[in-house]
Design a binder for this molecule. Structure first.
Ligand code: UDX
Length: 433
């Protein structure tokens, strides 16, 4: 099939590249000329394992193209994906102005019947808005379909090529058939393609992310209770996770969720509910708990060192909101660093991928950046583990102890073997253990 993908951000690039990989001819359209020129030369603006190789190969083989020109990108396209940003608006709802702008440009340039696909996470009702925006302009028939993505950063290629399920919201048979055909190569393992009405598909994405965010806030509260009653959250997690109604994944307590999806989607669903006169109480609490949890390590630090941290120096291992990404959006590291600074401390951080992103767009020179984890630890009053990168899991503990001014660890991700480090003479503070 010939496919156009509008928006060469995270979702658009991964989707476009994976559709090319499965044999389609794909043109990615973006208004950012610099980005498009870079992509043509194989410069990928985001860090995602495996993506760069896949882009290069598909460009070389002539299946993947990049352009800023809608008439070139839309020529003969049978399916056009909209994968532009939907930033939170001032009222907490997702702002769909870029989606509608893309839809109008698609309408102007389509050359035959086209399936228009909302790939961006959009509020319920957006497909209708897209249709209304396109109708006065389009010279050909079209259907608007909702096809939410469930990609995890760091595992996006795999998630796309081997999805647990594909959700397609289509109000016509014709559009549903084309979309099913397009996704068939990805579900050869037998995983399902669910076709449903558009509103249900739109809501599915929000419900999935809100449920996962709820699990995390729930486990974080269980961890907090564990500390009070002398229980160990690792044991409780295993104990409940073996019930297959609960399942063992996504039950890790820590210092709160971040990233581009959970915070935004939880907010958006609360907002949608509010607009319809419904108070989504549980999700409001999920947000509150998460905001508190991001400061958990700060509270433990002040319990240990006192409220005034003047002259103290803290080493942060990790800045990204999770490992295997350079993404800093809503990262707990931001809130924690600022709280430490406000209490008078200095902060020095190391992250294997996210330091440029942190320096350029989030923390600037509010904190210092170290070339490696041990360099960060050198002379620090304590180590705080913020992101669970694999390379942080089993450092040379003797060297770490020698580097730190005092051997104190605040393990925000529960990655250190508590017993071992305590035997080595560290003071250890984890989450719920
Ligand atoms: C998420 C969804 O998983 C994905 O399906 C959706 O399409 C986009 O949002 P992502 O934001 O990439 O993906 O990250 P994910 O791996 O799900 O982690 C989200 C946050 O939850 C991270 O901050 C992570 O540290 C935290 N988390 C995750 C926990 O605190 N505990 C867990 O057990 C799992």
């Amino acid at each position: 099939m010939r496919i156009a993908v509008v928006g060469s951000g995270y979702v658009g690039l991964v989707a476009g590249t994976c559709f090319a990989e499965s044999g389609n001819t794909v043109t990615c359209i973006d208004i950012d000329e610099k980005k498009i020129n870079g992509l043509r030369e194989g410069i990928v603006p985001i860090f995602e394992p495996g993506l760069e190789e896949l882009i290069k190969r598909n460009v070389r083989d002539g299946r993947l193209h990049f352009t800023t020109d809608y008439s070139e990108g839309m020529k003969d396209a049978q399916v056009a994906f909209i994968a532009v940003g939907t930033p939170p608006g001032e009222d907490g709802g997702a702002d769909v102005q870029y989606v509608l702008a893309a839809a109008r440009s698609i309408a102007e340039h389509m050359t035959a019947y086209t399936v228009i696909v909302d790939k961006s996470t959009v509020p319920v009702g957006t497909a209708k808005k897209v249709e209304d925006a396109m109708a006065p302009i389009a010279k050909h028939e079209f259907d608007v379909v909702s096809n939410p993505e469930f990609l995890k950063e760091g595992a996006a290629i795999d998630d796309f090529l081997k999805p647990d399920r594909v959700v397609i919201g289509a109000n016509t048979e014709r559009a549903a058939r084309i979309m099913t055909e397009l996704y068939e190569p990805f579900v050869r393992t037998g995983n399902p393609i669910y076709t449903m009405d558009v509103a249900s598909a739109e809501l599915t994405k929000y419900a999935a992310n809100a449920m996962l965010a709820t699990r995390i806030s729930f486990m974080n509260e269980i961890a907090n209770v564990c500390e009070l009653v002398g229980a160990n959250v690792d044991n409780v997690r295993k104990g409940i996770g073996s019930d297959d109604r609960i399942g063992s994944r996504f039950l890790f307590s820590g210092i709160g969720y971040g990233g581009s999806c959970f915070p935004k989607d939880v907010k958006a669903i609360i907002h949608t509910a509010d607009k319809h006169g419904y108070d989504f109480k549980i999700l409001k609490s999920v947000e509150d708990v998460n905001a508190d949890q991001k400061l958990l390590m700060f509270r433990k630090i002040t319990q240990h060192f006192g409220e005034d941290l003047t002259g103290k120096r803290f080493a942060l291992w990790g800045l990204a909101f999770k490992p295997n990404t350079d993404d800093m959006r809503e990262a707990p590291a931001i809130v924690l660093s600022r709280a430490l600074k406000a209490a008078g401390a200095t902060v020095i951080a190391h992250d294997p991928e996210a330091m440029d992103e942190a320096r350029d767009h989030y923390l600037g020179d509010e904190i210092e950046y170290a070339a490696g984890p041990m360099e960060a630890a050198q002379g620090a009053d304590a180590l705080v583990i913020v992101t669970e990168w694999s390379e942080f899991r089993r450092p040379d503990f003797d060297a770490l102890k020698a580097a730190l001014k005092s051997p104190v660890v605040f393990d925000g991700r529960n990655i250190f073997p508590r017993k071992t480090v305590e035997e080595l003479g560290f003071t250890y503070h984890g989450v719920g253990r």
